[in-house]
Design a protein around this ligand. Sequence first.
Ligand code: F6R
Length: 241
Amino acid sequence: MNIVRAKDYQDMSKKAAGIIASQIIMKPNCVLGLATGSTPIGAYENLVEWYQNGDLDFSKVSSVNLDEYRGITRENDQSYYYFMNKNLFGKVNIDKANTHLPDGMESDSDKACSDYNKAIEAVGGIDLQLLGLGHNGHIGFNEPSEEFVPDTHCVDLAPSTIEANKRFFASYDDVPKQAYTMGIRNIMLARKVLVVVSGEDKAAIVRDAFFGPITPKVQASVLQLHPNVTLVADEAALSLI
Ligand code: F6R
């Protein structure tokens, strides 16, 4: 694993955006696996700025996002679809037809999941998968478990994840309790993985995920088996390693 040490959140965001930008420059028709959450927002801001300066062209890029809440519409400002449009897709020249997220409003979860696995296959797999890291080691919404679930599936969110996400909702009860997420095989098949982590509150899970035993109880630990992972983290997140 390649560890890129950043000074702070700003620096982490710029370095992560640099890796994504070089992927786009080297392969203009690349497939980006994208993440939501607070950590990648700064990286997306850099990408938007570089696009606005004429240094990046998203016109041939395709994307597949990690996950989407189940049961909320795309127009809901808490949907991951809305997040991606607000932070990236709506601000660069990516063709919206080439952007993919699980369909949160598909109530038949088998269909939602198999459609999404097919969508990932149809774009030819993922060149670069961007990941944030949950406090409990989740990647996408692959929560601590006794097993690694290979493909896209419907998950019950862990109480700690609902708790962490409730800052975006009026109350705990308003947070969706289920989501569709790529599985571990979908993620591990990405040709490159870029993990972004910031803050002292993530230091213990960075240590456990990347330097502890490989276990489904810490889903991100499986990334230790991936041949091409780059962790871009700030000093605070790396303070225990
Ligand atoms: C987001 C996702 C999640 C987040 C994780 C970290 O699409 O799948 O796994 O990456 O919860 O979230 P933040 O960055 O808000 O700490």
